[in-house]
Design a protein around this ligand. Structure first.
Ligand SMILES: C[C@@](CO)(OP(=O)(O)O)[C@H](O)COP(=O)(O)OP(=O)(O)OC[C@H]1O[C@@H](n2ccc(N)nc2=O)[C@H](O)[C@@H]1O
Ligand SMILES: Nc1ncnc2c1ncn2[C@@H]1O[C@H](COP(=O)(O)OP(=O)(O)O)[C@@H](O)[C@H]1O
Length: 297
């Protein structure tokens, strides 16, 4: 039986500018996404009913129709007016509820894999539109590289990125709920701008590729809210800043923390030092490609 595997990357938000709450319940964003080298692999095979499984157990991932990979598959079938289903198997390499868009990666991968499995030839524009209805981060998981995200994050425009960086990804044992972080942001910043400003200086720095300059311009408006909800992150952040004063960042809504490095040996040293301190961390390069087919057969 034919099976298709698609690999999709995690993301970080180099800049996450959050505006006011919109009538649709989401916040206006001006964000710069960068795809980074932690991946989920999603494999699909034809089936007479929808089913999803994991290659290894992972807390917090629904194994029913709530799984965003199934929701993506159903949305694609509905778009084409076809009554087909698939069995979806996910190998998770992206932390769950970590602010790195693992669910969005699975949705993007599922769209692409089923498009191939069923030979639907869906246009890129249609895929991006379906993706944007599934979740704010899903279009970017299709695109990859580095991109500006506007609207509620679903309108993605590639930006030139001459950088080649290494992220030390500091994992947390517990996840953080994205809606809870946004809700607390509203309490902390009741007067957020309707449209947050586009970070022109960061976009210009990315075009030059100078890592130090990029490190100076990292920003995340959700950080204060995440710190309040997870005070334990503050201690970790202080320890990271001792190692690298400028390149520390909260990934999206958290709780994953990141340290930027240009040099892979320095990044490895940071991983070794943090591991020594009892923190769980890994390395991820950026930018990397968006969702892509890896096997078909
Ligand atoms: C914060 C970000 C930054 O890239 O990433 P994560 O940290 O989750 O990975 C995203 O905005 C998360 O996007 P995503 O996880 O796709 O969220 P969605 O499914 O669209 O929305 C889930 C919920 O998050 C809140 N939400 C999401 C996006 C947005 N622009 N404003 C919001 O307020 C809403 O409460 C919404 O109901
Ligand atoms: N395939 C999936 N993988 C991970 N989480 C999923 C998936 N499908 C649905 N979810 C739900 O999506 C929410 C967000 O998960 P995730 O994308 O891992 O985190 P984040 O939004 O912080 O990047 C979780 O509550 C999880 O239960």
């Amino acid at each position: 039986m034919t099976q298709v595997t698609v690999r999709a990357p995690a993301k970080v938000n180099l800049h996450l500018g959050v505006g006011g709450l919109r009538p649709d319940g989401k916040h206006a964003l001006a964000t710069v996404y960068q795809a980074v080298g932690l991946y989920d692999d999603v494999t699909v095979v034809e089936s007479d009913h929808w089913a999803v499984g994991l290659t290894e157990p992972a807390d917090g991932v629904p194994l029913d129709d709530d799984n965003i990979a199934i929701r993506a598959g159903k949305a694609l079938a509905a778009h084409h007016g076809i009554d087909r289903a698939a069995r979806i198997t996910i190998a998770k390499g992206i932390p769950v509820m970590g602010g790195m868009a693992g669910g969005s990666a699975d949705a993007a991968a599922s769209l692409l894999a089923l498009d191939r499995l069923w030979d639907l030839q869906t246009s890129d524009d249609d895929l991006l539109r379906i993706a944007g209805r599934l979740g704010s981060d899903v279009p970017f998981a299709l695109l990859g590289g580095t991109a500006l995200g506007t609207g509620h994050g679903e309108i993605v425009t590639p930006v030139e990125d001459a950088s080649s960086v290494w992220w030390v990804v500091v994992l947390s044992d517990d996840g953080l709920s994205t809606p809870a972080v946004y809700a607390h942001f509203d309490e902390l910043v009741p007067d957020a701008p309707v449209e947050p400003p586009v970070p022109d200086a960061l976009v210009a720095a990315l075009a030059t590729g100078y890592t130090d300059e990029i490190g100076d311009l990292l920003a995340n408006d959700l950080w204060a809210a995440a710190r309040d909800l997870r005070p334990d992150l503050v201690d970790v952040e202080v320890r990271l800043r001792t190692l690298s004063p400028d390149g520390v960042l909260l990934s999206g809504s958290g709780p994953t923390l990141l340290v930027l490095h240009e040099d892979v040996e320095e990044a490895r040293t940071t991983v070794a030092e943090l591991t020594e301190q009892g923190l769980r961390c890994t390395l991820a390069p950026g930018p990397v490609a968006g969702a892509h087919v890896v096997t078909y057969g």
